[in-house]
Design a protein around this ligand. Structure first.
Ligand SMILES: Nc1ncnc2c1ncn2[C@@H]1O[C@H](COP(=O)(O)OP(=O)(O)O)[C@@H](O)[C@H]1O
Ligand SMILES: [Mg+2]
Length: 378
């Protein structure tokens, strides 16, 4: 009895916590940053980054990415507005504790040259006064995590590592104190393309394993697309659009977004409504039907204002053909053709027929997309 009352209470509490946004990790509320010379780096910035999210800030040089990032760990103080971490204003945190709880990776590889790799990684755990054995264990664990053998690397100096390896150390050093949040400011942009791609994969894998909240700044759209759960595109100190890569690609907010990300649409992700034929010759009203020869079928018939009646076939009117929805993707629509011999299917919204989609429409659309893409390559 007590147990069940407790469980009910617990469930209720969970429900309200979720409603209040238990997943919010970092929130910007009306943040503006003006520097002393009166230049406005960030203006009226509102954004929520979720717990465990791989969040990317992207935009042209000077749009305010670094300023935004540095306000999270209070390297820069906003002029107005407030930033909360787990619903607590960051000004209420002890600054030291805030920095320990937020790992920070810079573009320039910033390892201490005279210290060993192990000493470099151990900086924050040492400051937090971890026991020696715990520090050593942590160093080895982190080196293993990024595929560097501890026995080989722990006593080397930074100059004895390649650029890619050094930046790998930069990343795990930021993780060493087990922070909840990791900020990364163009961490891979000084690396050669191969190390860069490898590190992108590593960091994605690492994040999947450790589930930290990562805020990652880049000006490279390919990098953003490769690693971000969500991407925030900035311009002139403001947000242009926030969304998943699919949302940015398929529903760009404006031409700036479109131009910034380039045309990356997979033609198979195009919506049926853009490809179907709303005035197909296979479509007829009950009023016109006497004008059509009975065969060849199919003929899709509607009455009144496009209320779907069915397909005229030898055996009479068939009204249970697989139907396609105008918002379906072509990829999805193609599956509807699998169990039928038909070369065209009705596109319906409820009982309304919006058009007809035929194999021929799909093939012509694909041909056009391919020609457009080839044109872009020239
Ligand atoms: N310390 C500063 N003093 C004055 N202006 C600055 C300072 N830091 C950055 N800015 C200006 O603020 C704007 C945003 O800079 P920043 O956040 O570094 O952009 P990003 O990282 O996107 O390249 C730029 O116009 C930059 O010149
Ligand atoms: Mg910057």
């Amino acid at each position: 009895m007590i147990r069940s009352a407790f469980l009910t209470l617990y469930a209720r509490q969970q429900a309200t916590m979720t409603k209040k946004g238990l997943d919010d990790m970092i929130s910007f509320h009306d943040i503006t940053k003006q520097f002393a010379d009166q230049s406005t780096a960030v203006e009226n910035f509102n954004l929520t980054i979720n717990k465990g999210e791989f969040f990317v800030l992207i935009g042209p040089s000077g749009c305010g990415k670094t300023t935004t990032l540095k306000m999270i760990n209070r390297l820069i103080e906003p002029t107005s507005g407030r930033i909360t971490i787990e619903d607590k204003n960051i000004t209420e945190w002890n600054r030291q504790e805030l920095r320990w709880n937020i790992g920070y990776v810079l573009q320039q590889i910033a390892l201490f040259p005279t210290m060993t790799i192990a000493e470099n990684i151990a900086v924050v755990p040492e400051m937090r006064k971890w026991k020696k054995a715990a520090v050593e264990e942590r160093v080895d664990e982190l080196l293993n995590m990024v595929g560097l053998d501890p026995d080989t690397y722990r006593n080397r100096r930074p100059s004895e590592l390649s650029g890619g390896q050094q930046q790998r150390i930069g990343v795990i050093r930021a993780l060493a104190g087990n922070p909840d949040i990791i900020l990364m400011d163009e961490p891979f942009s000084a690396l050669d393309p191969i190390s860069r791609e490898q590190l992108q994969k590593d960091i994605r894998q690492l994040q999947a394993d450790i589930k930290k909240t990562i805020v990652f700044v880049t000006h490279d759209i390919d990098e953003a697309m490769a690693i971000g759960d969500r991407i925030c595109l900035m311009k002139d100190g403001g947000i242009v659009q926030v969304g998943t890569r699919e949302e940015l690609v398929n529903e760009p907010a404006d031409d700036f977004v479109k131009n910034f990300i380039g045309d990356r649409r997979d033609p198979w992700d195009t919506r049926v409504k853009e490809v179907m034929n709303p005035n197909s010759h296979l479509l007829a009203s009950t009023q016109d039907i006497s004008d059509y020869p009975l065969y060849p079928a199919p003929l899709y018939i509607f009455k009144d204002d496009r209320t779907y009646v069915g397909r005229q076939a030898e055996e009479g009117i068939v009204s249970n053909d697989p139907a396609i929805h105008p918002e379906d993707t072509l990829k999805h629509a193609l599956k509807s053709f699998d169990n039928t011999e038909l070369e065209a299917l009705p596109v319906l919204t409820g009982s309304r027929i919006e058009g007809v989609l035929s194999y021929k429409d799909i093939v012509q659309f694909m041909k056009k997309s391919q020609l457009e893409q080839e044109g872009e390559l020239v």
